[in-house]
Design a protein around this ligand. Structure first.
Ligand code: GYE
Length: 326
């Protein structure tokens, strides 16, 4: 066939129609075919704390149990690397991607790239900016905790049990991550409604133990009157305990330490009186993540969010529940 200008025009019009049709079909997240076994990706954010290790172990165990192939990547605390990790999973033709987006915004292009490649994404433990990507459209669903509520529960506990301790230092998680944004929001809102309580300093410790220790040390020097430290995760709380002790003060007596995650070391610190209270954030995602993928393949309607129930630890129950902590 000779290609005339006219036939070229015609082709491009047909092409355009096809693209438009595909575009409207793509309003929903890509489907997952029913199969006996799958090759799925798990794009982890980092592996520098027990929470992440427990989550990875739970995903790997579940894949093994079901005989699914798991393509695992560790972004080593870099959102840019995590974007590259997702792109490489797309290139490898995985059936589905489980993604723990390190921060709310930088992973959006990766989520859209997966969608364009026809690969469904399930967000695990961290969410993305809701104005930039939507459940049921860009990704299937978010599975994780209600971080706003976690922050509220810590603040509610403090308001009830403060015993005069009202001057608060806040150690925030990774800047731009959904748990840091929401744990701050939930906590600060309750504190703002309770006269007498005050957050005198709030700074990121990047969810990391040593960064938490360093930041706590600096903030305790700047605010010697502080008598509460609220850390967005256990790692920073444990770092803060070192900083408090290095300052010659007694955690649990001079300064109340409050945390989120509920790993064994932190629950043990509650038993020992060094941490006053911890809201659990359960990292054992494997069973629920894989069940959700199967339900999706079966054509079940998946809710936009699947919220994990979280335990609460303080002196009243820590000893009894210690063995159940991750
Ligand atoms: O609290 C923290 C981890 O995203 C919920 O990230 C998770 C948080 C968890 O590194 O310890």
């Amino acid at each position: 066939m000779t290609i005339t200008r006219r036939s070229l025009l015609f082709t491009s019009a047909v092409g355009l129609a096809a693209i438009m049709a595909a575009g409207s079909a793509l309003a929903d997240a890509p489907p997952l075919k029913k199969k006996d076994t799958y090759k799925v990706g798990f794009a982890q954010t980092e592996s520098n704390n027990p929470w992440r290790l427990a989550q990875t172990a739970s995903m790997q165990e579940e894949a093994k149990k079901r005989g699914w192939q798991l393509v695992y990547t560790d972004a080593a605390s870099s959102a840019a690397k995590q974007v590259a990790d997702v792109n490489s999973m797309i290139a490898q033709g995985v059936d589905l991607i489980f993604l723990a987006p390190r921060e709310e915004k930088p992973l959006i292009p990766a989520i859209k790239a997966a969608k364009n490649a026809g690969i469904p994404v399930i967000l695990l433990d961290r969410n993305v900016d809701a104005s930039l990507a939507k459940a049921g459209e860009d990704y299937v669903t978010f599975i994780g905790s209600n971080f706003i509520e976690e922050g509220q529960r810590v603040a509610d506990w403090l308001v009830k049990n403060a015993n005069g301790k009202t001057t608060i230092i806040e150690l925030e998680g990774t800047t731009g991550s959904s748990p840091a944004n929401d744990r701050k929001k939930g906590f600060d809102e309750v504190i703002a409604k309770n006269p007498g309580f005050k957050v005198v300093a709030s700074q990121t410790g990047d969810f990391a133990r040593d960064k938490g220790r360093q930041v706590a040390e600096t903030l305790l020097q700047a605010h010697p009157d502080a008598n509460v430290i609220y850390a967005h995760n256990d790692e920073m709380a444990i770092g803060a305990i070192s900083a408090i002790e290095a300052a010659g003060k007694v955690p649990g007596k001079d300064i109340l330490v409050l945390s989120i995650d509920g790993g064994k070391e932190a629950v043990q610190a509650v038993v020992d009186g060094k941490i006053a209270a911890v809201v659990e954030c359960n990292p054992r995602f494997g069973p629920k993540a894989f069940d959700t993928a199967v339900a999706y393949a079966n054509g079940e309607k998946i809710p936009d969010k699947l919220i994990n129930p979280d335990q609460f630890y303080d002196a009243s129950n820590a000893k009894e529940l210690l063995s159940t902590a991750y």
